[in-house]
Every structure is written in structure tokens, then in C-alpha cells.
Ligand binder design. Structure first.
Ligand code: NI
Length: 256
């Protein structure tokens, strides 16, 4: 029988202010969250999240530049990622993509840096952890055109059930977080119901998007269990089934 545990596939533990690294990992472990993946956002994060992955056995990282930080991208960072990616603790390239919500003043630069990082992931044969905010069509089109061989995870999926179907057709994976537990998140509950179990991943995106019943508190990896519980309820299956499937998917995609 499979050992049953959860993996938080996207969690910024370096940004959590109220708990020490050790406490975060202890709480996670107590709640049966046995592995976590910490994405880089800015250039300054790359060393930090890589160090975390080297320091703790159950911590992995994604390396990359968030679209809002696209101005940071340069050859030096690309070379650094290539060097760090020799470590098996680097699980993918992320979080990368497009964000038209915060700032639309440099859309072309965002797209250019997104494409360069897709190419880097392809070269390294690493999965992609995708940030798409208010940019579904462009994110989809760029991935479809430029991604050759990397597995794709749509992190903190925020599209419609129809968009989820389009992504599934491409063979991509859908990662859901705390939003699915929000009472008024009808669309996301529908997505959770419709996406097949073998294409779903769990995440917190901590310290943001804290799930019910901890709204108002800082999010942390341990809370990914509430996401799993909600999805189980929506699908009418057991918590264990959600845990087994999402953990197996994560192992398969990220090789962790
Ligand atoms: Ni994030």
C-alpha cells in the first residue's frame, strides 16, 4: 500500500513572517505534508530558495523569474539556474509566466522573458511552474508555440472550467490552492469537480491565499490539507484518494 502524505507544490516559505523555517516544516510534517516546493520569484530569491532546498531534505525548489520581475532577467541569472539545476533538488523552472493584473506597462518584456525561460526549461528538460494572472490567452498561446518537451503545471489555476479543459487537452496539469475553499469561489469549485484526479496537484501559495478555516491568518504548507479536504468533498471521494493521486502525480511530474 502507498504511504499516504501530501505535497505542497508551490509555497513561498521564505516569505512567511510569523514562523521560523523549522517551525513551518515541523507543522507541515505534523499534518502529513511530507514534501514542499519553494518557487523563486525575484532574482534575489534564486540563491535563497536554492539554499533552502540544500538545507532541508524535504524541501525542493523551482528557479525562475516571476513576470512582475521580468526586468531582472539576464544571462547571468540564466547561467546560475543552469549551474544550480545540476542538483536533483531543483524540481523545475518557476514561477514564470504572465501577469496582466499588477502591471500591464511591460507586457512585451514579460512575454520575452517568459519565452526565454520556457526555452531554458526545455534545454534542461525541467517542468514549468506557470503563473498566469489575467493573461490566460497569451499564456496558453506562448506555451503552445514555444514549449517543446517540458511538463506544464498551471500554478494557482484561476481560469474557467472551459479553459481548464483546453489546458488538459494539451496534457498540462492543474494546481489548486486555497481559493477552492472560499465560499464564493464557484468557478474554482467547478474546476476542482471537473479536472480528473490524475491531472490535479495541490499547493498553498503561502503566505498568500490562506484556505478556510484559517482566513485572515498567514498561510503555511500545513494548510494544504484543507485544500485536499475540499477537493475530496467536491468530488465525493475520500481525502486519502485525493492525497494518493495528487502525490503520485507530483512525483511523476517533478521526479521528487
Ligand atoms: Ni507564488
Amino acid at each position: 500500500m502507498n504511504e499516504i502524505y501530501l505535497i505542497d507544490t508551490h509555497t513561498h516559505i521564505n516569505m512567511i513572517e510569523g514562523l521560523s523555517e523549522e517551525k513551518i516544516l515541523e507543522e507541515a510534517s505534523k499534518n502529513n505534508v511530507k514534501k514542499i516546493v519553494v518557487p523563486a520569484s525575484s532574482a534575489g530569491d534564486i540563491d535563497k530558495v536554492f539554499e533552502l532546498s540544500q538545507k532541508y531534505e524535504n524541501v525542493y525548489c523551482y528557479l525562475g523569474i516571476h513576470p512582475s520581475e521580468a526586468k531582472d532577467w539576464n544571462d547571468e541569472i540564466s547561467d546560475k539556474i543552469k549551474e544550480f539545476a545540476k542538483s536533483p533538488k531543483v524540481a523545475g523552472i518557476g514561477e514564470i509566466g504572465l501577469d496582466y493584473y499588477w502591471d500591464k506597462s511591460f507586457v512585451e518584456l514579460q512575454q520575452e522573458v517568459f519565452i526565454k525561460q520556457i526555452e531554458l526549461a526545455n534545454e534542461l528538460n525541467l517542468p514549468l511552474n506557470i503563473h498566469d494572472r489575467d493573461a490566460h490567452k497569451d499564456t496558453f498561446d506562448i506555451l503552445k508555440e514555444h514549449n517543446k518537451n517540458s511538463k506544464v503545471i498551471m500554478h494557482c489555476f484561476s481560469g474557467s472550467p472551459e479553459f481548464a479543459k483546453e489546458c488538459l487537452k494539451e496534457g498540462w496539469y492543474i494546481a489548486l490552492g486555497g481559493v477552492v475553499t472560499f465560499k464564493n469561489a464557484k468557478k474554482m469549485k467547478e474546476v476542482a469537480t471537473e479536472v480528473p484526479l490524475d491531472r490535479l496537484l495541490l499547493e498553498t501559495d503561502a503566505p498568500y491565499l490562506t484556505p478556510v478555516p484559517h482566513r485572515g491568518e498567514e498561510n503555511q504548507p500545513a494548510f494544504v490539507k484543507f485544500v485536499a479536504e475540499e477537493i475530496a468533498q467536491l468530488k465525493g471521494i475520500s481525502f486519502e484518494d485525493v492525497a494518493i493521486a495528487t502525490t503520485q502525480n507530483t512525483k511523476h511530474i517533478l521526479g521528487i
